[in-house]
Write a protein that binds this ligand. Structure first.
Ligand SMILES: [Zn+2]
Length: 401
């Protein structure tokens, strides 16, 4: 059992067997039972663990190496040639660095997409993080077949893992034609796997598909994802989506990973987050890969999200509470994990605790606390990160033993 005390409403959070068991407003008259572990969280604020809904973990080795260019040229000229030369030890070191940076800023779950996903899975398990591993797939034979076989092998490898799940990661509509995407979706639906893909990132993607196939990728997904056996699909970026498509996607098992920093840096624009949320699409936050964003900590992504919304005019404004919701509950709902992303009895005890006194704000109330978390919080204020009730990071100061 864990017992802690968020300062803004002074309650005790009681955790048992990895779940939040009770939240009590006043100290329990009985106090902790013998053997209970008690954490004094005075001056801390507790939040649900953050969910990183779109990452390319091993790419950290390319951080600050590539030159900024429009997306298609950036991939072709800067990323792919370097990826061909990547060695396995670089992928390992890059993955370690990325997961540590994420976890220490409060990310407790990551939805990844790349190669070497077995390495990322083992590292995430070792750190106690939750991870969805989407093997990056492209629709060119023979890579198309090899990729699918590799994903199924990976799935067998992590069968029975408590925190690691395997997903399918068709890279994007540009590199996965309709017939291949249909196969991926059918396979994922039968196997109960999540599909994680870029969509609406490439500005030419929808036009190319309409010309070649007579419909856009979003229209294709709307037709494919009807029915009970449809898999859950997470669309990364979703910048270039029209209103009718957004309305239809809201009725399907589709979530969006909003990647604010990468959207602006490589695309020069941002997603219509407010419209997606108002339509009822669950939207979470994603860092994307280190080469397109630099920092992978939760707070820079949260701040960038709020900053870009503030620059987009009245129609784009997001409140600090909405931004924090996206970083936690929005991501959980996008993944179909109702037990994640909130602090309530019965939810998984995935938490991040921050020392608010270091922020220079004292008892400002919940709205001001949300503002402080969005605009001022930094990773070095994280005092504890917990997954399933187990402290997986305890910051620099003393924490639970
Ligand atoms: Zn990406």
């Amino acid at each position: 059992m864990w017992r802690s005390r968020p300062w803004f409403d002074c309650c005790d959070l009681i955790i048992q067997e990895g779940r939040i068991w009770r939240i009590v407003q006043h100290p329990d008259a009985e106090g902790p039972a013998p053997g209970d572990r008690v954490v004094d969280a005075s001056g801390w604020v507790l939040l649900p663990g953050f969910i990183n809904l779109h990452a390319h973990t091993p790419m950290t080795v390319l951080r600050d190496v590539t030159e900024d260019k429009p997306l298609a040229r950036w991939l072709r000229e800067e990323v792919w040639p370097r990826e061909l030369r990547m060695r396995s030890w670089e992928l390992l070191e890059g993955s370690k660095a990325a997961l540590d940076e994420m976890l220490r800023s409060g990310f407790t779950t990551v939805l990844d997409m790349y190669r070497s996903m077995d390495v990322v899975g083992r590292l995430a398990e070792g750190r106690g993080m939750r991870a969805y591993l989407a093997c990056g797939l492209v629709g060119w034979w023979p890579l198309s077949e090899l990729g699918l076989r590799g994903a199924l092998r990976l799935r067998r490898k992590f069968e029975g893992s408590r925190r690691v799940q395997v997903a399918l990661g068709p890279h994007s509509p540009r590199y996965c034609p309709p017939a291949y995407l249909r196969r991926v979706l059918n396979l994922a639906g039968r196997a109960g796997m999540i599909v994680h893909m870029h969509c609406g990132e490439d500005p030419q993607e929808a036009g190319l598909w309409r010309k070649r196939h007579g419909y856009t990728p979003a229209e294709f997904l709307c037709n494919q994802l009807r029915g009970r056996s449809a898999p859950r699909v997470i669309l990364a970026h979703a910048v270039h989506l029209g209103d009718p498509e957004i309305g239809r996607l809201a009725e399907l098992p589709v979530g969006v990973a909003h990647c604010p920093t990468a959207n602006v840096r490589l695309l020069g624009r941002t997603a219509v987050v407010r419209r997606l949320l108002e339509a009822g699409v669950p939207v979470g936050l994603g860092t994307d890969g280190a080469p397109s964003v630099g920092r992978l900590d939760a707070f820079s992504t949260i701040r960038d999200c709020a900053l870009l919304a503030a620059s987009g005019g009245d129609d784009a404004q997001l409140s600090p509470m909405q931004v924090l919701w996206m970083a936690t509950r929005g991501g959980a709902l996008a993944l179909g994990r109702k037990e994640l992303g909130q602090l309530s009895p019965g939810s998984a005890a995935d938490l991040v605790a921050l020392d608010m006194e270091l922020m220079g704000t004292r008892r400002p109330g919940i709205k001001a606390a949300c503002r402080a978390l969005v605009w001022s919080a930094r990773p070095d204020q994280v005092r504890m990160v917990m997954v399933d009730g187990i402290a997986v990071w305890t910051g620099r100061t003393e924490g639970p033993s």
